[in-house]
Design a protein. Sequence first.
Length: 540
Amino acid sequence: MSVYGSSTSAGSSSGSSLSSATKPSEIDGFLAGAGYKVRSSDLRHVAQRLERLETAMVDSPVEISQLASDAVHYNPSDIASWVDSLLSELNQTASLPSDIPEFPDPVVGSSMNQMVGSEYAWSNHLGTQHPQQVSQFTVVTAVEEDSGIRLVHMLMTCAESVQHGDLVFAGSVIEDMQGLLARVNTSCGIGKVAGYFIDALSRRIFRQQGVGFGDGGSPTAYENEVLYHHFYEACPYLKFAHFTANQAILEAVDGHDCVHVIDFNLMHGLQWPALIQALALRPGGPPMLRLTGIGPPSLDGRDSLREVGVRLAELARSVNVRFAFRGVAASRLEDVKPWMLQVNPKEVVAVNSIMQLHRLLGSDPTRNSPIESVLGWIRNLNPKIMTVIEQEANHNQPGFLDRFTEALYYYSTMFDSLEGCTLQPEKALAEIYIQREICNIVCCEGTARVERHEPLTKWKARLGEAGLRPLNLGSNAFKQASMLLTLFSAEGYRVEEKEGCLTLGWHSRPLIAASAWQAVPEANPSPVVVVNPHSNNNAL
């Protein structure tokens, strides 16, 4: 059923449309379609088993029974709306002249004081509680409130001075902000967010001044995998991406006997156990599944791609799904060539991109953006479906101040959503994962800046120009995503469906967007023939 032009949303609270309007028998159907032969009354058990299976994909497939993880609880803070209000105020004021005057001391008026007080007193979340219960929460003092407001103003002043090239003044503002951080709580709220942005600004400013304060260096492939996994565990964004993409792929390949999935970022292969299980339960029997996983080469001598493939092959064998795996090692997605994928004209192709396409948007005087060439060969593969999940943000603006402002608001919301995570090791490493994104957006330029997130509207235009047309993700994907959200995450997260696409956000702010695409049929199509001049060393 088409939902183009309509808008639907659901949160993880008890008032969501899924919990109030969906019958248990319908939920049973959604679970079966997702690959889970289970009753709705057993949802918690399903969630726990999924968590153990996902962790086993990283650690060891023989330790499944010993592995467990906790649920994410709700977030009692809300700094994003506060930061947004301050940024809106700054945008309404007259722009600063090019020489940038001295930073004025902010005056906290009654309206601002009331707004900040209401946000930090958590009055909307605590409700009426016993005084002893309220005393267990941190009470933000007036000094901290004033310091928080000053930090936001100073961050914007520093960013504008960077845009104007006044690095000396920007450096002095950095020093003032570092002193001000001592007066706020840096373990949560605006103190934590400001600390990450101050660090990123420091790296940019002092590196340009030749002080030797770099951008943090490029993480190794192993570090990226570890941080990615902990970000996956700490919040529902990647879970939402995986299950939404899987549902779309499952529906697109229905009725086909040979399915070839091309994953642009295999990592630990966390996305694919659920799809394998769903295909195993397909009426009429499962198809032959080929999975091509793209990932960076290992520097420690391990063939990590093959290790993931072996684990997935064992899982597929246990549920009687014919399975073949091929790993393609590439440091950058633009280095992948179509012949490496070994596409067979007799198989239906599904391309899966989870937060990868934005990394292709960079360009310099010596080369154009590689996004066009990559989308070109994707189009030539004639995929039955291409699933695209990207950050719903606008961090690819040429102006530094605009990019910085958007990033400050976006990541304030992201850190808001992480506050409810009770898995402290996962939360800490998930924050490092986010910090690396912030550092890349703020510190780097040219081809070194790869975190070039763009909103869904821009991706729609770009993918359409590349010869792809949108596919409706449909109500099943929406209902399944909403249901899984209630299992894995906290109040405050919200799924919205609009014009065939899905977004997941925190309260009213979308943070990631999911869409599906298909190659536009050609008038006189030629058969897809992919020649492989090299050996197949990573195939199973």
